[in-house]
Ligand binder design. Structure first.
Ligand SMILES: NC(=O)c1ccc[n+]([C@@H]2O[C@H](COP(=O)([O-])OP(=O)(O)OC[C@H]3O[C@@H](n4cnc5c(N)ncnc54)[C@H](OP(=O)(O)O)[C@@H]3O)[C@@H](O)[C@H]2O)c1
Length: 185
């Protein structure tokens, strides 16, 4: 199976977006580059495909420039047929289940996948398919929103790999998933 990584920013209270999907609390969320990229470019250089939830894909498509040029992008939606098919010049879509999708991507030579979108990350975590998480906590409480984590059906143990604090106040933690590869009940 390809290695699957998460690289995501959350509010200190654990949200990835406001309830309505807005990211106004997240510096740089409109696609404009800041002074510090928090390791994002080197992470993206290390992956060869992205699996995005349909909602995250819609957000990325609204940026002035497509952010993933040169990378294979697969969008998950129950609205699509299971077969991988082009949904735009930049992306393919599918309703394949996460494990089947990864097998399919493996057969196409994909080794390292960036999984993005809250619901999508949760569905991969439940299936034991996430290997590593890099979570950058922004020092803000937004009180309500779309949570990064939800019900997993079991405990998922993580091994802390590193923590880096930035002068902006962002704190980035990397974790390996201890029981990656074992599906939930
Ligand atoms: N803070 C950050 O760094 C960050 C990063 C990424 C995204 N975001 C934000 O997060 C929000 C989106 O997150 P989200 O959790 O609402 O949605 P999401 O994961 O991006 O998309 C959810 C949709 O993906 C499809 N999907 C997910 N898992 C699937 C599966 N296993 N099989 C088939 N389809 C599946 C479904 O589409 P259908 O409904 O079409 O079936 C589901 O409604 C956006 O507001 C975005 O701005 C923030």
């Amino acid at each position: 199976m390809p290695t699957c990584s998460v690289f995501i920013a959350t509010s200190l209270d654990g949200f990835i977006a406001r309830r309505n999907g807005e990211l106004d609390w997240l510096p740089g969320s409109d696609g404009t580059p800041g002074d510090e990229d928090y390791g994002y470019k080197s992470f993206v250089d290390s992956i060869d495909a992205l699996v995005l939830g349909r909602k995250t894909y819609e957000l990325a498509s609204s940026f002035p420039e497509w952010p993933y040029t040169g990378k294979r992008v697969v969008v998950l939606s129950h609205r699509y047929p299971r077969t991988l098919h082009a949904i735009s010049e930049n992306a393919e879509g599918t309703a394949l289940a996460p494990r089947e999708l990864l097998s399919e991507l493996e057969s196409r030579g994909v080794r390292h996948v960036y999984v993005d979108g809250g619901t999508t990350i949760q569905s991969f975590l439940r299936e034991g398919l996430i290997d590593e998480l890099t979570i950058t906590r922004i020092p803000i409480l937004i009180g309500d929103g779309i949570p990064l984590f939800g019900s997993c059906g079991r405990d998922i143990r993580l091994r802390h790999l590193s923590t880096q604090a930035f002068s902006s106040g962002f704190v980035q933690c990397r974790y390996a998933v201890e029981n990656a590869g074992s599906p939930g009940p």
